[in-house]
Design a protein around this ligand. Structure first.
Ligand code: ZN
Length: 304
């Protein structure tokens, strides 16, 4: 089990909630799809590291600051005598390496070099660890997890793991001699405590309540859901079903996430959910699950 589990970033969640409700700019849409794809790749890598039996600490997704520079590590593995930061990439398709940069074979477009990203986080991680009194060697790797990724003209000595080498990497990690002690535990605790929950590099899309398309979005594919019968909702795209109560509560959470200052009222949630016709039903769900403040037309609900 990982020492620090991975969760979606606030930025990714925000984009998921906004994408079906407003028209994102081309740049925002691209950013959103990249975040989604990157996250999927990281989860794929987590499924492999989760199976490791060796005495290691696995910290997923760290955002740290050193000397006014922020750096992100997709996965950090602490072994007895070594620290491994991993840069996880979910690139798909054919790429080539030329004059120290990555290019898509299809579009010829230059991609941000993941080796440079790794180099940067290593160069910040080393002094960061020294400051905490840790002098273990740092050996980072760029890990490509998508089975449909190919890199042409790759330098032989680059710290890269290809999809075909993932199993071997896991075997290797499982076999390194490692016995962790309280000092490793202290380090892992410190890193978790120092993790910045919101990256300063996160995009902040602009939106207003009035401009957002109302309705309940699917928890699986984030498309709009339709109500069927009295108590059920079904997704128009993936067909998944959900109880109306659960869907309404989820939508309240979504509204709170997008608009933390907004008061939760029966009329407000009735408008926000749109597809639940009965206002009475909305009132019942809110009354059962949240603390009501005030009476009737001034009533609102406290969530926490
Ligand atoms: Zn769906």
């Amino acid at each position: 089990m990982s020492f620090k589990p991975r969760t979606e970033s606030t930025e990714l969640i925000k984009f998921r909630f906004l994408n079906p409700r407003i028209t994102l700019s081309t740049k925002e849409k691209k950013r959103y799809l990249n975040l989604e794809k990157g996250y999927q790749g990281e989860v794929m890598f987590d499924q492999l590291t989760e199976k490791l039996q060796n005495d290691l600490y696995i910290l997923n997704d760290l955002c740290l600051e050193f000397n006014n520079s922020v750096f992100q590590i997709d996965t950090l593995i602490i072994a007895q005598e070594l620290i491994y930061p991993f840069e996880v990439k979910n690139f798909e398709g054919d790429y080539y390496y030329e004059s120290e940069s990555f290019h898509s074979k299809l579009s010829k477009e230059e991609i941000k070099n993941p080796l440079d990203q790794l180099k940067r986080s290593k160069s910040l991680l080393r002094p960061f660890l020294k400051k905490l009194g840790i002098y273990l060697p740092v050996e980072g790797l760029v890990t490509f997890v998508n089975p449909e990724f190919t890199l042409y003209q790759a330098p032989l000595d680059a710290p890269i793991i290809y999809p075909t080498q993932l199993n071997h990497l896991m075997k290797k990690l499982n076999q390194i001699p490692s016995k962790l002690n309280y000092r490793h535990k202290k380090l892992a605790d410190q890193l978790v405590a120092m993790h910045l929950s919101e990256s300063p590099y996160a995009w902040k899309p602009i939106y207003t309540y009035e401009k957002l398309k109302k309705g309940i979005i699917c928890p699986i594919c984030f498309s709009f859901m339709l109500s069927v019968g009295d108590k059920k909702l079904v997704c128009e795209k993936c067909g998944c079903e959900e109880e109306a109560d659960t869907a309404v509560l989820r939508s309240v959470g979504e509204l709170k996430f997008l608009f933390p200052d907004k008061k939760i009222t029966t009329s407000g949630i009735h408008e926000w959910c749109k597809v639940i016709e009965s206002k009475k039903m909305i009132r019942r769900i809110l009354l059962v699950n949240y603390r009501a403040v005030g009476e009737r037309h001034t009533r609102y609900f406290e969530i926490d």
